[in-house]
Design a protein around this ligand. Structure first.
Ligand code: SF4
Ligand code: SF4
Length: 180
């Protein structure tokens, strides 16, 4: 059986991200400067389309390789969910990073199950809920972050490629007309 789109991108992500980086850098520099009104619409559409095709349960790369910053509110929520005291959550599952923030004490995340489900899904930290941030407004503010997340997240890779497809043609035409 052919690989799914998720696996296909995930298995080649390092090389894909490397190959895409130069053209992403050029376009994102222009987008940061121009902040086109259509960016949010294009990014939102790309986000929705891509998450119809990408299956996080076939991936879980963020849960395996990134350490989300965990707040006191997150710890309280996890404690309630696990029915243990917040101190025990810290003791069993957290460590402090060099910035003084709590992060999980193991990678992959201690709550990631073998089938890629999150065992604390309803009580997962805010940073986990928000990743990979591609459905947020004012997308120009997360261009740098998205460029970085291409290295980890197949969905962000695909979203960024679709944004590039949408804008590259338009900018090339403007450049030909010497508007830039
Ligand atoms: S958000 Fe991205 S990195 Fe995380 S599981 Fe989904 S596709 Fe993979
Ligand atoms: S808490 Fe859940 S969503 Fe967050 S990193 Fe761990 S397994 Fe992934």
């Amino acid at each position: 059986m052919a690989d799914s789109k998720t696996k296909e991108i995930l298995d080649n992500l390092e090389q894909l991200a490397k190959d895409a980086a130069p053209s992403t850098k050029v376009l994102f520099k222009k987008l940061k400067k121009k902040r086109p009104k259509t960016l949010d619409y294009i990014a939102q559409e790309a986000h929705e389309e891509v998450f119809e095709e990408i299956d996080c349960l076939e991936c879980a790369n963020c849960c395996k390789t990134l350490g989300p910053r965990i707040t006191d509110v997150d710890i309280a929520r996890l404690a309630k969910h696990l029915r243990i005291k917040p101190g025990k959550v810290i003791q069993h599952y957290m460590t402090m990073d060099e910035d003084g923030d709590y992060v999980f004490n193991a990678m992959p995340c201690p709550f990631l199950m073998p089938d890629n489900y999150c065992s604390v899904y309803d009580a997962r930290p805010k940073a986990c809920r928000e990743y990979p941030h591609t459905d947020q407004k004012r997308f120009y503010q997360i261009l740098d972050l998205s460029q970085k997340n291409v290295e980890t997240c197949p969905a962000v890779y695909e979203i960024v490629e679709r944004i590039k497809e949408a804008f590259d043609g338009a900018y090339q035409k403007k450049e030909q007309r010497n508007e830039y």
